[in-house]
Design a binder for this molecule. Structure first.
Ligand SMILES: Nc1ncnc2c1ncn2[C@@H]1O[C@H](COP(=O)(O)OP(=O)(O)OP(=O)(O)O)[C@@H](O)[C@H]1O
Ligand SMILES: [Mg+2]
Length: 342
């Protein structure tokens, strides 16, 4: 098996707004090895789902540029037919919004059976009993009854579990999990995370895990990529990222805000949101407007991801302005249970 299961190079996904294309994913590069969990974190609107949809070839109206190599094949060049063989088979996705993933007019059981059929489970009886088994695996009580239900008859948490059952049905080699456990209570969440680990143990599957839950990141991820305004601003192995977050945006996500700047005044990241695609200033450091105290000279004109220590990459020189002087590091706060959502 290739050393790299997935290799993404310069992926740029642009959406048309009032006649013009604006990138929501802007020259994003990363890779995932077999058995590896890469967490993708970032505020709402930073481009995480747009990245996931691009990998799966699910955008219908976007302009996609760059490379997505999966198991040595370039996915962006494949026909729809060939892509359909991969999607839901060797590569599958747990969708953030279960209702967009499920067919409202079709019983749960038939939706799982359809995926199984598309990817080679020939016998109908086998598909039927495996569908119920999968519902049981994702923690659905009385799976035989739920199998006969329509999606709208189920709660949000149940629907999310059905989506997870469909995603793992064909034992994918690459699982893209977009907020897989958000709507679930902690017991079910633990069960789902165990299922993902089982996939890894059995098949050496790689996982792209998109989540706001830093506890889940700490528990599951090998490496973490932090996304802001369509760009990856920091990537590092999980322990390193929690112990030594460098980019001011990462620091604010991890709640370990830098508290001093070079001028000696209090420094913090201003509240705000990722700007809309057509209002975003794309020159220089995109995070600069959220840290207006940092002089322009401290930012790069064209910030690029640069390796600052082994396997630890940061975008823009502005990170050098911040010293981690909180007594409790993000890693410690997670261990003591005070860490929270990104
Ligand atoms: N189909 C689309 N057409 C136009 N703009 C889109 C489309 N999908 C996403 N966007 C825009 O792209 C940006 C990134 O959106 P995306 O859904 O990837 O964010 P996200 O990081 O997944 O956020 P969340 O944490 O809320 O799920 C946002 O500005 C969003 O409005
Ligand atoms: Mg999303």
């Amino acid at each position: 098996m290739s050393e790299k299961l997935l290799e993404v190079n310069d992926l740029t996904t642009s959406f048309k707004i009032k006649g013009e294309y604006y990138p929501a994913v802007d020259h994003v590069s990363f890779s995932i090895k077999p058995n590896e969990v890469l967490a993708l974190v970032g505020e709402s609107g930073s481009g995480k789902s747009a990245t996931a949809f691009s990998l799966m070839g699910l955008h219908t109206k976007a302009r996609i540029e760059g490379e997505v190599r999966f198991q040595e094949r370039e996915l962006t060049e494949l026909s729809t037919g060939k892509m359909n063989k991969i999607r839901g088979g060797d590569m599958s996705m747990i969708f953030q919004d279960p209702m967009t993933a499920l067919n409202p007019l079709m019983k749960v059981k038939l939706q799982i059976m359809e995926t199984l059929k598309l990817h080679g489970t020939k016998s109908k009886n086998e598909r039927e009993s495996y569908a119920v088994e999968l519902l049981d695996k994702v923690g659905i009580p009385r799976p035989e009854r739920v199998a006969e239900a329509f999606p709208h008859e189920l709660s949000g948490g149940m629907r999310q579990r059905v989506v997870i059952a469909i995603a793992i049905a064909n034992r994918p080699k690459l699982l893209i999990a977009d907020e897989p456990t958000t709507a679930l209570d902690v017991t079910i969440q633990a069960q789902i995370l165990d299922l993902i680990r089982d996939l890894q143990d059995d098949l050496g599957s790689g996982v792209l895990l998109i989540t706001h839950d830093l506890g889940v990141v700490a528990e599951m991820a090998d490496r973490v990529a932090v996304m802001y305004a369509g760009q990856i601003v920091e990537v590092a192995p999980v322990r390193e990222l929690f112990k030594n977050p460098r980019h001011p945006y990462t620091r604010s996500l991890l709640n370990s805000l830098p508290s001093e700047d070079m001028l000696g005044s209090k420094l913090h990241v201003i509240e705000g949101v990722v700007p809309p695609l057509n209002k975003m200033d794309r020159d220089g450091c995109r995070f600069a407007p959220r840290i207006p105290w940092v002089p322009a000279s401290e930012h790069e004109d064209n910030p690029e991801l640069r390796e600052i220590a082994g396997d630890h990459f940061v975008r823009c020189t502005c990170y050098r302005n911040f010293h981690l002087n909180n007594e409790e590091t993000a890693a410690e706060s997670l261990e003591t249970g005070t860490g929270g959502r990104a």
